[in-house]
Design a protein around this ligand. Structure first.
Ligand code: KIV
Length: 272
């Protein structure tokens, strides 16, 4: 089904709600640096997420837990300088919002002031309700994140699909409704059954953006390094690879090494 796309000059939290109402799907990708964000923005993405997945793809950590608020602000400010159209959402990293609402607000204010990002994203439902409330009261837009929440990986023990059992599915629906009621402008659902994700999208008025959550939701998000095929060892079922950049880059770099060794590079036209 194709839906007429409205030509937004700048995407806002309001535009996303409008897109849901009009049946226009929302496109979202991560970016963590200026050059990548420039390409992603110019290609017409609606939302750029400065995800704490930077901890994995940029810094090489096994989980998202080690990344700090200062590091997130550094990544986010580079992305903000590049984004002319997209809404820039910044993850609050692990340990900067869970302990109390005042700390959550301080962290969100630092992100907004020091990076220029447009909104923050927090993982969790009812248990972080007070933190979300406090941030929203300060006028900072909040995106929720439910399902597989990678900051809780040591509680889950694995990265497998969440909410397959009825009890967890019911809690997830309740949490999504709580986030909507609190005033979140959107919610990410990660790695849950497609049927459940569709049910959530149909039962709340705010946009639901899925990753590994099927196509019954209001939009999709992927980690840009994954969909470009740079992280070639990571191949979950939900991931569609649009390129094989790992191979293309390796070939180009090997060629460069050969050219330097053989003094083929630089040639006469490539020197002064
Ligand atoms: O950090 C991240 O990249 C995310 C997405 C996977 C939604 O939270």
């Amino acid at each position: 089904m194709s839906v007429a796309k409205k030509d937004y000059k700048r995407i806002t939290t309001k535009s996303l709600v409008e897109m849901k109402q009009n049946g226009e799907k929302i496109s979202m990708l991560t970016a963590y640096d200026y050059t990548m964000a420039k390409i992603v923005d110019a290609a017409g993405i609606d939302v750029i997420l400065v995800g704490d997945s930077a901890s994995n793809v940029m810094a090489g950590h096994e989980t998202t837990l080690p990344i700090t608020l200062d590091q997130m602000i550094y990544h986010a400010s580079s992305v903000v300088r590049a984004a002319e159209r997209a809404l820039v959402v910044v993850d609050l990293p692990f340990g900067t919002y869970q302990s109390d609402p005042k700390e959550a607000l301080r962290s969100a204010i630092r992100v907004m002031k020091e990076s220029g990002g447009h909104a923050v994203k927090l993982e969790g439902g009812k248990e972080i309700k007070e933190s979300i409330k406090r941030i929203l009261q300060a006028g900072i837009p909040v995106m929720g994140h439910l399902g597989l929440t990678p900051q809780s990986i040591y509680k889950f023990g694995t990265y497998t699909v969440r909410a397959k059992e009825e009890e967890e599915a019911e809690k997830l629906i309740e949490d999504a409704k709580t986030l909507e009621k609190l005033g979140c402008f959107a919610v990410v659902l990660e790695k849950i059954p497609a049927k459940l994700a569709k049910k959530v999208a149909e039962s709340i008025s705010i946009p639901v953006i899925g990753i590994g959550a099927g196509n019954g939701v209001d939009g999709q998000v992927l980690v840009v390094h994954d969909m470009l095929g740079m992280t070639h060892e990571f191949h979950p079922r939900f991931l569609r690879r649009y390129m094989n950049l790992y191979e293309d880059m390796s070939t180009a770099i090997s060629q460069y090494v050969d050219d330097v060794k053989s003094v083929d590079f630089p040639n006469e036209n490539e020197q002064y």
